[in-house]
Write a protein that binds this ligand. Structure first.
Ligand SMILES: [Zn+2]
Length: 106
């Protein structure tokens, strides 16, 4: 199992999935640890994706983007900043990398 942390490098907490009702985002997001991400990427590091349902683009931080680049199927869902909630990624997911037709999460 690759080592994981929260986006700021701190240990994963049991309550990280709790939703902040102000933003709709989780309290914290799990990423591959910095050491794990340093092993190299199998996809380009892309920070913005488009939600096909609303057309809105969300930009994420570097640790999350590098986790997708290192292990594209790491996440089962992601946040839409316009809808302010999470939707699935993957082959049947609702997101493409901004400016492409390439699905997020595969
Ligand atoms: Zn959306």
């Amino acid at each position: 199992m690759p080592k994981t942390t929260l986006t700021d490098g701190s240990p994963v907490t049991p309550d990280h999935r709790e939703i902040d009702t102000q933003t709709g985002m989780q309290k914290g997001y799990v990423v591959l640890s910095e050491d794990e991400r340093a092993k190299g990427f199998v996809r380009p590091v892309r920070q913005s994706y488009r939600h096909m349902k609303c057309g809105g683009v969300t930009t994420m931080g570097r640790a999350l983007a590098e986790t997708y680049a290192r292990q594209p199927n790491f996440y089962s869902g992601t946040f839409c900043a316009i809808c302010r909630t999470h939707f699935p990624v993957g082959a049947n997911g609702e997101f493409v990398w901004d400016g492409t037709d390439e699905r997020v999460g595969i």
